[in-house]
Design a protein around this ligand. Structure first.
Ligand SMILES: *Cc1c(COP(=O)(O)O)cnc(C)c1O
Length: 388
């Protein structure tokens, strides 16, 4: 009797349910912002990566609308064929200006930027050293490249150095890859020490500034600026879809690197160029980040305020170490995380449970926005006190 070759899918789903790992989507029915309409009810939004509140900003909406009217909805082809508009190069120059690099290249998402860049930079004869907590796109880029991948314990430069000492000479090229702000934890990579190790062992360093761009550093350029490493040789990747409120990804670095990627990154060459509306919105966002520090000032004021309230009023909460607007509340089990997430939602607070396999331990992930009012932050703390 032939067995159903698709039957395993349902069994697999049952297993996922049993572990409390099952995920489902929730629909937002309003403009993005500090409050959103979530499945019919107004909630305070601590679930968004829109740190500066730009995704609902009228200036981005106006720029996207104008680009739509001028260039249409789709870019109709890859950049190397019919997809290129002047907007794309304008955006790439603006990113390079923000990052103070020679050039940059935009991809259709941050995920595509990572898998494209990593698989173009290293191959079978090469070595990748990867932080254990790296984002999925870095990990999958590493797998796709065919290089030997060795993980080092989270932010542990001592172990990384030992691995370099033991392994570096067995490979042609070496690439160290890391998030700069760790997306599900909120802590920062030890960038100066990583750069030093990379330089000492003739290795390339790729930092993923997805949660840092627009947020970290004096001008919002990211962790590279925060750690005063601007101008050093390294590869920066990031996204246009978090603090920049649009969609897309980028690589910033030397002109040679960017030129090479335009010739060798399959996820840039063989995919449709970023849409005109997304490109125009991101361009305005970069301008705002560069010329209006007020958003960043408000964001950090809010982060500091929430951290102070946690210390004063919720001393028993287990917060993961964070130096970013991402604050994580550690919980013992996936079921606990789901329960707290649900209780928060019932009390009008949107902050999601993050569970394995995304992270090793379950947590509630709170992301602070520049546009939160102090009263909204106080309300989060009040609700958490009730649950505690
Ligand atoms: C979100 C994220 C990405 C992916 O960016 P998208 O533009 O959403 O595809 C890559 N790296 C990190 C660290 C991220 O947090």
């Amino acid at each position: 009797m032939p067995i159903n070759p698709y039957g395993w899918i349902e069994e697999s789903l049952t297993t996922i349910h049993r572990a409390d790992w099952y995920r489902s989507v929730q629909t937002i029915q309003s403009l993005p912002g500090a409050t959103v309409l979530l499945e019919g009810r107004l909630v305070i939004n601590f679930a968004s990566n829109d740190y500066l509140g730009l995704a609902g900003d009228q200036r981005l909406i106006a720029a996207a609308t104008a680009a739509l009217k001028e260039y249409g909805t789709g870019s109709t082809g890859s950049r190397l064929l019919s997809g290129q508009r002047k907007l794309h190069r304008d955006l790439e120059k603006a990113i390079a200006s923000l990052k103070q690099t020679e050039d940059s290249v935009v991809f259709s998402s941050g995920y595509l930027a990572n898998i494209g860049a990593i698989s173009a930079l290293v191959g079978k004869r090469d070595l990748i050293l990867s932080d254990q907590y790296n984002h999925s796109s870095l990990k999958n880029g590493a797998i796709l490249s065919g290089a030997t991948v060795i993980e080092y314990p989270h932010c542990d430069v001592t172990t990384l150095t030992t691995q370099l000492t033991q392994q570096r000479q067995n490979y042609r090229r070496c690439l160290i890859i890391t998030d700069s702000v760790f997306s599900m934890d909120g802590d920062l990579c030890p960038l100066p020490a990583l750069l030093k190790a990379a330089e000492e062992f003739s290795s390339m360093l790729l930092v993923d500034e997805a949660h840092a761009t627009g947020v970290m550093g004096k001008t919002g350029a990211g962790c590279v600026e925060h750690f005063e490493c601007t101008g050093r040789q390294l590869i920066q990747i990031g996204t246009l879809s978090k603090a920049l409120g649009s969609l897309g990804g980028y690589i910033a670095g030397s002109a040679t690197l960017v030129d090479f990627l335009r010739n060798r990154a399959p996820s840039w060459i063989y995919t449709t160029a970023l849409s005109p509306a997304d490109t125009a919105a991101a361009l305005v966002a970069i301008n705002i980040v560069q010329h209006e520090p007020i958003g960043r000032i408000q964001l950090w004021r809010n982060v500091d305020y929430l951290k102070d309230l946690f210390l004063e009023q919720l001393p028993n909460l287990k917060l993961l170490p964070s130096e970013s607007p991402i604050l994580c509340l550690q919980l013992p089990t996936p079921a606990d995380a789901l329960k707290v997430g649900q209780q928060l939602k019932s009390a009008g607070i949107f902050a999601p449970a993050i569970r394995p396999p995304t992270v090793p331990t379950s947590r509630i992930r709170i992301s602070v926005m520049a546009t939160h009012e102090l009263a909204q932050i106080e309300q989060l703390v009040e609700v958490l006190k009730g649950i505690n």
